[in-house]
Design a protein around this ligand. Structure first.
Ligand SMILES: CC(C)(COP(=O)(O)OP(=O)(O)OC[C@H]1O[C@@H](n2cnc3c(N)ncnc32)[C@H](O)[C@@H]1OP(=O)(O)O)[C@@H](O)C(=O)NCCC(=O)NCCS
Length: 338
């Protein structure tokens, strides 16, 4: 009958059935960076916890990282990319503005005609994609969705600006989410927030018109590259991280004893340590791999999830909290029973 809703079979639960990651071959160590700008391994390690990161080479693009991560996530979920109903790629460094990078990824996966779209909320991207996909599956309209956070910030880094160029790396992390009969599994709580009033403490200006008066002096001089007020971002991120974790646990009636692992955006080791001290949360339940990958923006949370699943440090029945913050300013959280 025209205009009527087709009967939907709403799933009992949503399960993360497979994860994957992809990094470029080329590494960039702190020693390499100290030959490019006035910095040192000691300064970078002490202030950020980063030792090395991966950077794409000529001929490689963000969609290659995303396709690699999703391919591995499908293999681990024991499904073919052709079984996916939707691919959501979170990124702020898409190959081109149009077509959507997710469509290019679907092409690279050989999964045409899968649904595909991009989501851009900077470093909060993977958590936003996870939240979006879990709601889509719960609606009954989709069964299998691949979510991916993929960024190659090396494309929009001012390599002469030591304040920012030491922080970032390129990477992608992905997960396959599927409808599941077990009503216990899935996203128990999620939240997303933004504050555009503070957008220019972490932004990418295209022209002089995009630079507010207050940020003119700090501008590195290179348009279309990341500009950041490090101290303001640091303060915002510590509070956002701590508030998100507390909010998620309170909303689900859980305590830190119940949580197997917190999977935070990897922006800065010092920042994570300060947030966790503020929360009084056991530091061994906070996953950290920033030393090996740097801050890969939307890539970090999926990358951490994959490493944890792969090493069987988390698994069926565990409660995990995903939390991220970044440009926008934006922040978000997602509490799951795996
Ligand atoms: C970027 C960050 C590490 C800088 O640390 P900081 O303690 O705030 O350092 P400051 O900016 O005050 O700079 C201190 C000094 O180090 C210098 N400096 C900056 N970058 C440097 C580098 N890579 N190597 C050596 N010295 C550096 C500064 O010029 C300054 O020198 P001065 O005192 O002579 O003026 C820190 O602010 C931070 O982590 N912010 C959050 C960044 C982030 O996570 N962004 C992404 C969010 S998703």
């Amino acid at each position: 009958m025209q205009g009527t809703r087709r009967s939907l079979s709403r799933p009992a639960g949503v399960k993360i059935t497979g994860t994957g990651m992809c990094i470029p071959n080329k590494t960039l160590t702190n020693a390499d960076l100290s030959k490019m700008v006035d910095t040192s391994d000691e300064w970078i390690t002490q202030r950020t916890g980063i030792k090395t990161r991966y950077i794409i080479s000529d001929g490689e693009d963000t969609s290659d990282l995303a396709a690699g991560a999703i391919k591995q996530a499908c293999e681990n979920a024991n499904i073919s990319p052709n079984d996916l109903d939707m691919v959501i790629v979170a990124s702020m460094t898409q190959d081109v503005i149009c077509p959507a990078m997710a469509a290019t990824v679907v092409k690279k996966l050989g999964a045409i005609p899968c649904g595909a779209y991009d989501l851009n909320i900077a470093c909060t991207g993977f958590v936003a994609a996870l939240n979006t996909a879990s709601c889509m599956i719960e609606s009954g309209h989709y069964k299998n969705i691949a979510v991916c956070g993929a960024d190659a910030l090396s494309k929009i880094t001012d390599w002469k600006d030591r304040r920012t160029c030491v922080l970032f790396g390129d990477a992608a992390g992905a997960a396959v989410l599927s409808a599941n009969d077990d009503e216990e599994v899935g996203c128990l709580y999620q939240g997303m927030w933004s504050d555009g009033e503070r957008g220019e403490v972490l932004y990418v200006p295209r022209t002089d018109a995009d630079i507010p008066e207050s940020e003119k002096e700090a501008f590195s001089g290179e348009y279309n590259t990341i500009q950041m007020n490090g101290k303001a971002v640091y303060k915002f991120a510590v509070n956002a991280l701590a508030d998100c974790v507390e909010d998620a646990m309170n909303s689900a009636g859980l305590t830190s004893d119940d949580i197997a692992m917190v999977i935070p955006h990897q922006s800065n080791l010092r920042m994570l340590q300060t947030a966790w001290k503020k929360l009084g949360f056991p530091i061994d339940k906070v996953y950290v791999n920033i030393d090996r990958f740097g801050n890969s923006s939307a890539g970090t949370v999926g990358l951490c999830l994959h490493e944890l699943m792969d090493q069987k440090k988390i698994g069926d029945g565990d409660y995990v909290i995903f939390v991220a913050q970044g440009g926008g300013l934006s922040w978000g959280t997602s509490l799951w029973k795996l």
